[in-house]
Design a protein around this ligand. Sequence first.
Ligand code: NAP
Length: 264
Amino acid sequence: MDLNLKDKVIIVTGGAKGIGEAITRSVSKENGVAVIVGRSKEVGEQVAEDIKDQGGKALAIHKNLGTPVSCSEVIDEVMQEYGRIDGLVNNAGANDGVGLEKGGPDAFLASLEKNLYHYYYLAHYALDALKASKGSIVNISSKTAVTGQGNTSAYAAAKGAQLALTREWAVELLKHQIRVNAILPAEVMTPLYESWINTFSDPKAKLNEIERKIPLGNRMTTSEEIANMAVFLLSDRAAHMTGQHLYVDGGYVHLDRALAGAKE
Ligand code: NAP
């Protein structure tokens, strides 16, 4: 199926690693222009160069998101380079374990800055361009927004707010034909996830325990499976979808956990 993303300019925050990298590469495979925004210059440029070597179009923007200025600079740079924006994928974030007990007001606010504020700032500064292109926004949230996790108040709050903003922006932007949707991953092996699993004394045993509880296939979701949904939502194949919260999680959130081990 052709997603008609040829030459569409799509910004992917955190687009050089994990889920973001998979989305970047999927945009490129669909002949779109991938704009990678991230705080690691080398890694972003490496992915962009790799895409260009394969005949694709990509731009790496080195930016630590969080402040309004850094986000407005991202949009300015994309507009200077391409003169249009067709899609924004808000993806950058990290589950940083700022809880009620281990944390405090300063840590809570700092985590929201890293996980939530730039979702709003980028959408705000990209709005004129998205109006012109009748573009699309995809917010990467998390199962944590609806299940909780414990000891991660700020991350859960940010992920919940992203779902609320998805509905809110979908309504506000109806008149501009800008569609806004969210994806909720549950368990996806990425560099971030790997460093988390390695904090356990027996990472392999912990991973087995997690995988057993994922109903469909007792396995992790791949980054590519999240990216497949993201490029579909960005495309005009999803022309009548807006304000949706999509769970790409092998049934993790909604199916009965008694299904653990259902494969055997
Ligand atoms: P990842 O492997 O750490 O990749 C995220 C990328 O975003 C990294 O390159 C990171 O840069 C960058 N980034 C993070 N915060 C940033 C900031 N403030 N400014 C600029 N760049 C920033 O993470 P991932 O697992 O792919 O997660 C991507 C998204 O999926 C996140 O929103 C996460 O909450 C969500 N999610 C993931 C899972 C999962 O199982 N993996 C589950 C639910 C939700 P550095 O390399 O410098 O850190």
